[in-house]
Design a protein around this ligand. Structure first.
Ligand code: HXC
Length: 259
């Protein structure tokens, strides 16, 4: 499929890579780009050869936010009437395969929110995260006020959202916003290696693991524990659980069939 604002390719026919590609505007996220991103995510999710998806940007910017030029013209009736954000930005929430954000450069505003919508973030050492919307007379609107405090705690989230300061990669790792920081020139190789590791595991267990961790952010502890327990029990009905455990006992590599 031909896209204008993103590029896609696969690694080893297993990992689907989506590169945000509006370099002149530091990958500012307009509606057209977000529609294309949603289409690419759905296509990789539906492709049975793909086990994991990576979203990345350029060295200078993962994404410097939602497109301020487009938003400057929006009225209340435009954004409320057209269900801005909910309609085109939240497709990523329907994706069952793990999605990793590989972030270098700026991840600001909607760019930081997009990274946080992914299942985890691997950051290059030049990454900078921030929620500077307050400077524009708005607030984060794609989950930033909810996902950032869950990732870094109330105090740091308030600091970021109210002062609009940026957090560098080291601070982001210490705060728990990113899972690891790597050298800029290793960002894609490290991220693809993580994605390939995930691809080597039985897909039903991968789906269950992702769904179960997501539940930790959506409800009470006891509901989350029950959800986890039921998925854990259900995996005993899969062939891959039998194969994985037998392979361990036989001291041989497992052959998973995603069944
Ligand atoms: C539209 C943007 C943009 C954005 C950068 N550009 N960010 N265009 N929307 N979010 C454009 C600039 O206007 C400029 O275009 C070109 O990209 C290069 O940017 P510069 O500012 O010249 O680069 P630099 O001096 O290196 O500064 C980088 C920067 C700065 C610090 C990242 O660009 C910046 O502060 N950008 C805005 C960040 C921001 O406020 N993000 C939150 C947006 S609100 P020209 O044509 O001049 O070359 C948001 C809402 C989220 O995200 C809620 C709903 C999703």
């Amino acid at each position: 499929m031909a896209y204008e604002f993103i590029k896609t390719h696969t690694e080893d026919s297993k990992v689907g890579v989506i590169t945000l590609d509006r370099p002149k505007f530091l990958n500012a996220l307009n509606t057209e780009l977000m529609i294309e991103l949603g289409q690419a995510l759905k296509a990789f999710d539906a492709d049975s050869t793909i086990g994991c998806i990576v979203i990345t940007g350029s060295e200078k910017a993962f994404a410097a936010g939602a497109d301020i030029s487009a938003m400057s013209k929006f009225s209340f009736s435009d954004v409320y009437g057209n269900d801005f954000i909910t309609k085109d930005w939240e497709i990523i929430r329907q994706i069952r395969k793990p999605v990793i954000a590989a972030v270098s450069g700026f991840a600001l505003g909607g760019g930081c929110e997009l990274a946080m919508m992914c299942d985890f973030i691997i950051a290059a050492d030049n990454a900078k995260f921030g929620q500077p919307e307050i400077k524009l007379g708005i607030i984060p609107g794609a989950g930033g006020t909810q996902r950032l405090p869950r990732a870094v705690g109330k105090s740091k989230a308030m600091d970021m959202v109210l002062t609009a300061r940026m957090m560098d990669a080291k601070e982001a790792e210490l705060a728990g916003l990113v899972s690891r920081v790597v050298a800029l020139d290793q960002l894609m190789s490290e991220t693809i290696a993580a994605a390939m590791t995930i691809c080597s595991y039985p897909q039903l267990a991968v789906f269950a693991a992702k769904e179960s961790v997501q539940r930790a952010f959506e409800g009470s502890l006891s509901d989350g524990m029950m959800y986890e327990r039921r998925l854990f029990h259900a995996l005993f009905a899969t062939q891959d659980q039998k194969e994985g455990m037998q392979a361990f006992l036989d001291k041989r590599p497992a052959k998973f069939e995603n069944k």
